[in-house]
Design a protein around this ligand. Structure first.
Ligand code: AP5
Ligand code: MG
Length: 213
């Protein structure tokens, strides 16, 4: 099963993608997590990506596509995956579609996690992220067991550099301009499913499960 998560920054794509990945035994692939891991390790890729990410802009398609295609070519992806944060532009979606076509394959579901803009900024300032394993928390809605420490790997949790309110606003603008058109793209392919993301994470997942089962 090949699943794509769509939605504004902070809509809960990562939160739901992890639950889907665990429940359906699929790899969870987040381009944002790949970039953040590279930033943490100080790679050339990380240095380049950081200049865009810190401004709330998208990393150029060419670079992003190359990284994603390398990742989905790995053996663990042969029975499917959950893509979180990719595609994010029409050209990215077109490349993915072409590559899948070559394999006689296609995206099965594009799940749009719908949350109004006004709820987003609030969520982001409370988010805490683990840069080591990619786990995400929220100080109010999804707190870790021990304050400031990742439940999964024990690393320190941080506020992401791009989660400052000014940057979040810019990311929302970029979302509406460049990513939202994908809703129409996948509606035309008859794979778009929208769920209300403005509910408890467990209820959002229950709605997704109903679609996938
Ligand atoms: P990326 O890491 O993908 O960030 P994003 O799309 O902005 O989305 P987020 O990860 O911020 O939010 P999310 O929807 O995953 O929400 P989460 O589950 O964490 O990308 C970062 C940057 O990398 C981009 O800006 C760009 O520069 C670059 N990039 C990445 N991919 C790219 C691509 N394909 N092309 C070009 N550039 C790319 O939830 C948010 C918070 O809310 C958390 O605290 C969570 O605990 C909480 N929460 C979740 N669900 C709920 C709920 N139902 N109720 C209450 N709280 C909730
Ligand atoms: Mg995310």
């Amino acid at each position: 099963m090949k699943i794509i998560m769509l939605g504004a920054p902070g809509a809960g794509k990562g939160t739901q993608a992890k639950m889907i990945a665990q429940s359906y035994k699929l790899p969870h692939i987040s381009t944002g997590d790949i970039f953040r891991a590279n930033i943490k390790e100080g790679t050339d890729l990380g240095k380049e990506a950081k200049t865009y990410m810190d401004e709330g802009k998208l990393v150029p398609d060419e670079l992003t596509v190359r990284i994603l295609l390398d990742r989905v070519a790995k053996g663990d992806c042969k029975d499917g995956y959950v893509l979180d944060g990719f595609p994010r532009t029409i050209p990215q979606a077109e490349v993915l579609e072409k590559e899948l076509e070559k394999l006689g394959d296609k995206v099965d579901y594009a799940i749009n996690v719908d949350v109004p803009d006004e709820n987003i900024i609030n969520r982001m300032s409370g988010r805490r992220a683990c840069l080591k394993c990619g786990a995400t928390y929220h100080i109010k809605h999804v707190p870790p067991k021990k304050e400031g420490i990742c439940d999964v790997c024990g690393s320190e949790l941080v506020l992401r550099d791009d989660d400052k309110p000014e940057t979040v606003k810019k990311r929302l603008d970029v979302y509406h301009e460049q990513t939202q058109p994908l809703i129409e793209f996948y509606t035309k392919r008859d794979v778009l499913k929208t769920v209300n993301g403005n509910a408890d994470p467990k209820d959002v997942f229950a709605a997704i499960k109903e679609i996938l089962d």
